[in-house]
Design a protein around this ligand. Structure first.
Ligand code: SF4
Ligand code: SF4
Length: 472
């Protein structure tokens, strides 16, 4: 172990000239990461199991009979933690999304890409499910490489068939899971109870999603994080020298050189990195963390485990690769809350307060009343002028209730519903036409402003302003 040594000059930008997963001819280099193992991997596996259980149980959880989560894009109905959001609540939904984004940004500024390595469904499924199956069937990286090179003999055909069959089955399971979040478990179960032919729309989407997942996990893999994920592309602007990321301690590690038993590395002017390249071999995105922080790094910590294992074996202190900021490594600075983080925190607290206020004051019932298109006024008799309106009422509550409408600002106004008494269904949109009748004497010429109150019993739920047409 050496101390008091100056940081060597490393060209941190050299790695930008090439992409780890593309060769000089522009062809994709398939990544065969070595099987990760170690302390961090165990923690990650525990987190992954908890998250996977949550993800698969999520669509079955109910609050007051409603799903806990539903993201029905087709009907534009979203349920988050049992709260139903209709298109009328879009501003709240957008606000919740912005708040979540700011939270992710703040988290990224402070702790780098922890989300990617520990919580992102893409990484969890890829590294903790699909990759595990691959290791189980094809063995560790050297065996996988050998299998890929060998001819299509019985061994290769049987191993690959088994692997891709399992991949297809799991992709189908994930396809169903996604649909359960989109249409709900009841709708999804109809595919089984009534058959795919009766539910062709949903079944087609399950197959499309399954196909996409199979393609992503069998072929696209790390490219989804490296080249497609927009969050990954944001790292360049979010991270700074105080962000804590998976980092190689170049001050301690350089100059890297092979390990020789009983050698005094300080005297030999050698750093603690023994250039074994195991940190590179375990990397699922095919990068060398010793080149510095890179956009491809998903903070999976496999290189931390690999290097710690090497350090244990050669008798050096662990942590040559660890969670640290650039300032921590180069200047020995401890983590501190930077002005950038404070600014994001203030914005986040403001957004959360505004969101909480908006949610707590959100109306349970929203009425829209419009005069029927293309209609004028009618006079059923000499003492009555009548206008036709359309009512649309969104009931966000969990209960049905009767509804009445009253003219609030004019005496003698009468409201007549078309059809029987209006009953508003829970968690649904109810539409109904109705007539408003007024005596000619109470009108202000051709156009009279009226205020209609929407009531459930004696309780006023909403008030809508509109116009009433009458004779000159
Ligand atoms: S695993 Fe550690 S010692 Fe080996 S090359 Fe990587 S940083 Fe150096
Ligand atoms: S550099 Fe390390 S933490 Fe980053 S993706 Fe590779 S193995 Fe994971």
């Amino acid at each position: 172990m050496k101390t008091g040594k100056e940081a060597p000059i490393i060209d941190y930008d050299a790695y930008r000239d090439t992409i780890g997963t593309v060769d000089e001819d522009g062809h994709r280099k398939w990544v065969y990461p070595r099987k990760p193992k170690g302390r961090m991997h165990t923690y990650r596996a525990i987190v992954a199991v908890i998250l996977l259980i949550g993800l698969f149980v999520g669509p079955f959880l109910r609050i007051n009979g409603e799903p806990m989560f539903l993201f029905n894009l087709l009907e534009r109905k979203f349920i988050i933690l049992g709260l139903t959001f209709w298109p009328q609540d879009f501003h709240l939904f957008a606000l919740a999304l912005i708040t979540f984004m700011v939270f992710i940004i703040l988290f990224t500024v402070a702790f780098g890409r922890v989300w990617c390595g520990w919580a992102c469904p893409q990484t969890i499924f890829m590294e903790m499910v699909f990759r595990k199956i691959e290791y189980l069937i094809e063995g560790d990286a050297p065996k996988q490489r050998k299998l890929s090179r060998q001819a299509w003999d019985a061994e290769k055909i049987s191993k690959r068939s088994l692997k891709y069959t399992l991949f297809a089955l799991i992709s189908f399971l994930i396809g169903n899971l996604v649909m359960a979040y989109v249409v709900g478990t009841e709708e999804l179960s109809k595919i089984i109870t009534e058959g795919p032919a009766e539910n062709m729309g949903n079944f087609t989407f399950v197959l499309i999603f399954s196909g996409i997942f199979f393609f992503v996990f069998a072929y696209l893999r790390e490219q989804a994080c490296i080249a497609i994920c927009p969050y990954g592309r944001l790292q360049g602007v979010l991270l700074d020298k105080d962000s804590i990321v998976v980092a190689y301690d170049n001050v301690r590690g350089e100059p890297r050189d092979l390990f020789r038993k009983n050698e005094d590395r300080q005297e030999a002017n050698k750093g603690d990195c023994i250039n074994c390249s195991l940190c590179v071999q375990v990397c699922p995105t095919g990068i060398d963390i010793r080149n510095g922080t890179q956009l491809e790094c998903v903070n999976c910590t496999a290189c931390i485990d690999a290097c710690d294992d090497v350090m244990d074996k050669v008798g050096f202190k662990r942590g040559l690769i660890r969670f640290a900021s650039m300032n921590n490594i180069a200047l020995g600075k401890k983590f501190k809350y930077t002005p950038k983080m404070i600014a994001y925190t203030v914005v986040l607290i403001g957004l959360m307060a505004f969101l909480s206020f908006s949610l707590s004051t959100r109306s349970d019932v929203e009425a829209t009343i419009l005069r029927a298109k293309g209609t004028f006024y009618t006079m059923p008799n000499d003492s009555t002028v009548s206008n036709l309106y359309n009512l649309q009422i969104v009931n966000k509550t969990q209960k049905d209730f009767p509804l009445t409408i009253k003219v609030m600002n004019l005496e003698n106004g009468v409201v007549k519903m078309v059809g029987k008494e209006l009953q508003v269904t829970a968690r649904d949109i109810t539409k109904r036409p109705f007539f408003v009748e007024l005596p000619p004497g109470s009108l202000d010429g051709m156009k009279t402003k009226i205020v209609l109150g929407v009531f459930s019993g004696d309780k006023k739920l909403d008030e809508v302003k509109t116009t009433f047409l009458g004779p000159m």
